[in-house]
Write a protein that binds this ligand. Structure first.
Ligand code: NDP
Ligand code: HSE
Length: 441
């Protein structure tokens, strides 16, 4: 039998411990698929004394010296499931420069400084694989970076954060407010003790950067992504969406388009948006993820599955381990990063979006004209207007009225300026809700 492929496992928490279980449980099949057995050379952790239950692994393999483990001559592949920027970046750059292959689930690092990792991989000649970094178990990055390389991707729209999808789904199902739904998500173990990265959209923004880089052959980092979380989404917003036959989702959207000078560009954003119930992403509930890819020749493609959790994420990690191990045995590496297009990333203000705006206005002659005038001044075209008595009660000429306006597509800056001016009008008592709209309505 060929000599084993030796792995350094960095991290043995939620994902790492499941990687160990799969390596143990599937050892014979993995060896047959690769053509050589996989062997764990060592496992780097933070706390040697931590109780790791019945993990099927030799306890003497654990170490707190991650760098020492990476530098060992008998390590071929480094699997990083620790997370965070440092020390992970230093470890992986060291491993890649030394010619080792790296498998990582670290979306934060890839979005923050993917360039450093890709450059180090090119220098050392090893592979850099990161399927688990976006949408957990869903095979998504491999299709983008291999299967669709003969096509042209125009748009990627995804639900890539399970925690926020659970919260928004709960708000939609029960009418609960954000705080109440977050509490439920925490009790059920979906939300972490500090949910900031999820609810403020940082996690989804990192994933959006990775998806956009692969889809558009362009380096896109976390700083290029416009990010809004879900903390401001109210029960009233959800009710408003329902009244329109829609639901609210935290979307990551990466799209091609032209910039202000007419040059081809991309926009990458993460924000809550209303989508019609008939949209392929509308029925993605609970903590599931789904990504909708629109390609020129292939047309629409939908990827769906579990975006988080130890075993689902470990499945994606192991798939990468098999791929890089096969490459090492064959003496080849996968194609390097494809960033040749180098498209500019345009600012959010230039992204083309649609708004759903709910206003509480004075119910008297001339109000509609004044409101419509604000839209016209900002060159924003109105698609639909619906007016009813304030609070949705019985029809009649009260003092106030609810006015719900949905726009056609316009630059986000023009829509934001429209809302700003509406807020300043005397006849507008309050702007009850502003939501972007995606998909036909
Ligand atoms: P955990 O917090 O459960 O585990 C982290 C592991 O890293 C622990 O074993 C910890 O050691 C170890 N560790 C932390 N700091 C150090 C250090 N300085 N030196 C050595 N070891 C260290 O994280 P997860 O398993 O949840 O996540 C791992 C990665 O996978 C992250 O990048 C995350 O974003 C990504 N990911 C996670 C998903 C999930 O569902 N959990 C889904 C998709 C991606 P110790 O055990 O001693 O504490
Ligand atoms: N916190 C992430 C989520 C884990 O909720 O989707 C997977 O990256």
């Amino acid at each position: 039998m060929t000599s084993p492929v030796r792995l350094a496992l960095l991290g043995c928490g939620t994902v790492g411990s499941e990687v160990v279980r799969l390596l143990h449980g599937q050892a014979a099949d993995l060896a047959a698929r690769i053509g050589a057995p996989l062997e764990i050379a060592g496992i780097a952790v933070r706390r040697l004394g931590r109780d790791r239950g019945d993990l099927p692994v030799d306890p003497t393999l654990f170490t707190t010296d991650a760098l020492g483990l990476i530098k060992r001559d008998d390590v071929d592949v480094v699997v990083e499931v620790v997370g965070g920027i440092e020390p992970a970046r230093g470890w992986l750059v060291e491993a890649l420069r030394a010619g080792k292959s790296v498998v990582t689930a670290n979306k934060a690092l890839l979005a923050e400084d993917g360039a450093a990792l890709h450059d180090a991989a090119a220098e050392g000649g090893g592979d850099l694989y990161y399927e688990a970094s976006v949408a957990g178990a869903i095979p998504l990055l491999r299709p983008l970076r291999e299967s669709l390389h003969g096509d042209r991707i125009n748009r990627v729209t995804g639900i890539v954060n399970g925690t926020t999808n659970f919260i928004l789904s709960a708000m939609d199902a029960t009418g609960a407010g954000f705080a109440e739904a977050l509490e439920e998500a925490t009790e059920l173990g979906y939300a972490e003790a500090d949910p900031t990265a999820d609810v403020e959209g940082f996690d989804a923004a990192a994933k959006a950067a990775i998806l956009a880089s692969l889809a558009f052959h362009t380096r896109v980092g976390a700083a290029d992504v416009h990010r809004e979380g879900i903390t401001e989404v109210t029960a009233a917003d959800v009710a408003s969406a329902k009244a329109m036959g829609c639901t609210i989702k935290l979307l990551c959207i990466a799209a091609r388009g032209a910039d202000a000078a007419g040059r081809e560009a991309v926009s990458v954003r993460v924000h809550p948006a209303m989508i019609p119930l008939g949209h392929p992403l509308a029925s993605v509930g609970d903590a599931f993820n789904a990504v909708f890819v629109e390609a020129e020749a292939a047309g629409p493609l939908m990827f769906y599955g579990r975006g988080a959790g130890g075993a689902p994420t470990a499945s994606a990690v192991l798939g990468d381990v098999v791929a890089v191990s096969r490459n090492r045995l064959a003496g080849v590496r996968s194609p390097s990063e494809s960033a040749y297009a180098d498209l500019p990333v345009r600012p959010m203000g230039e992204a083309l979006t649609r708004y759903h705006i709910s206003l509480d206005v004075a119910d008297r002659p001339g109000v509609l004209e004044a409101v419509a005038g604000v839209f016209a001044r900002h060159d924003v075209s109105i698609a639909t207007v619906r007016q009813g008595p304030a609070g949705g009660g019985a029809a009649g000429r009260g003092e106030d009225a609810d006015l719900v306006i949905v726009t056609h597509v316009a630059p986000d800056a023009a829509l934001a300026a429209t809302v700003g001016e509406l807020r300043g009008l005397d006849i507008v008592r309050s702007v009850a809700s502003v939501l972007r709209v995606e998909g036909g309505l």
